[in-house]
Design a protein. Sequence first.
Length: 178
Amino acid sequence: MRYLVIFAFVILAACTGKPSFDDPSLSDRKLNLEEFFDGELVAYGQFQDVLGTVRRSFVVTIDGDWNGDRLRLVEDFVYEDGSTEQRIWTLTKTGPDSWTGTAPGVIGAATGIEQDNRFNWKYEIDLPVPAADGTDETLRVIFDDWMWLLSEDRLLNLAYVKRYGLDIGVVTISFEKW
């Protein structure tokens, strides 16, 4: 019986709705990734599992640099338990509204598309996560990030996280330009 309940929950979780570029734009703002992320930003975020339990929260400072060809983002994370992590992204604009990017741990290249006030960013990554014994383990997960420009200095990000093709949670992040 227990396995039937788990199976039913997994099926239900897989059916949750996600954003799409087919959804109507609710704003006349235009997101230009290279403009928004050029400079210093701070972001506040958390990871919630599929049951809605907040498992981790963090603050990240970001130093972005757009040089006309590539966008470099140095992200310094501080988690609620005091642990830290740095991720450095290098993004390249491949068309008027398309991007590719790399960062340590990312498998292959990340890809992204801008449309109106939103941006969709997809990638697979070996993500360090704390283990019960206090060490870090690595989980290979897929991120499907959706970002919306809320104002000229605020961006909301919902990142849907999958492992083995199943939804395992959502990361919510609010970015603010300094």
